[in-house]
Write a protein that binds this ligand. Sequence first.
Ligand code: ATP
Ligand code: MG
Length: 285
Amino acid sequence: MTLRIGIDAGGTLTKIAIMNDHLAPAEALKFLKFPSSEIERTVAWLAAEANGAVLAFTGGKAGMLRALAEREAVATASGVDVLAVPEFEATCTGARWLLQRQGRSMERFLLTNVGTGTSIHYVTQDGHERVGGTGVGGGTIIGLSALLGWRDGSYEDLVTAALDGDRSRVDLKVSHIYAGVTPPIPGDLTASNFGNVRRQSEPVGIEDALASVVGLVGETVTTVSVHAARERGTADIIYIGSTFLGNKLLADIVYRYTRLRGGEPYVLPDGEYSGAVGALLALQG
Ligand SMILES: Nc1ncnc2c1ncn2[C@@H]1O[C@H](COP(=O)(O)OP(=O)(O)OP(=O)(O)O)[C@@H](O)[C@H]1O
Ligand SMILES: [Mg+2]
């Protein structure tokens, strides 16, 4: 088959990976994404582009998308196979494959997917196991920022504003509490996210609040990951998910905080397409 398409319909974004086996390896794989709330755009894209392709669906909204695509006679247009791949299977397989493609193959690692929510997996050469998760994820950045008064448009705008923020007036560090004396743990660790707000006499700016929201999410997903990694006896933690898109602040926090706690972090480029890639790879067999 010439065209293989993997579709990961997540809670927020629908990620698509397209493999054209007739092209040279460097050009064979393409990515694109649509908001999951605009499901008809994905269906229209499939109607226009997926003719004669084989399709594999994964993600929480895969069933809904597939049903709509089939009703529009997209998915069955050429009578080809349409596959459903379990989300965790697709995500772990795709991440392993993307790591390998970047020359970073690993025997085993922890995989933290910061999507709308956060899901954590232990991945080995021949298997994977979900080892935890937290409801603190990308959806938290968007939702909590809105509650704090952020009204502007895109995710890009939000993460750019957060990058201008200063967390020092919002978050309480261990060194703030142990003022003037040596603390028993690194003073740079956050003692209390948002714990410094009430000590301020001047109002906290929205950028500062946004930076601390990103900090809360970054430190929470890191903390849960480091504990899970320790439990499995590995230091390598691979981070994926669209929450990292253009979000340098989050990546910086995750790198710094993981290392501070003895882990070895890597934010996988194109990692948000792991599920779509894993779904696509299932079409090979
Ligand atoms: N253009 C965008 N629109 C909305 N959110 C975005 C965008 N770009 C990045 N994000 C961030 O990415 C998060 C979604 O990440 P991702 O696409 O990995 O999750 P998902 O697969 O949709 O959700 P889940 O896997 O939890 O079902 C959002 O919560 C938001 O923080
Ligand atoms: Mg997802």
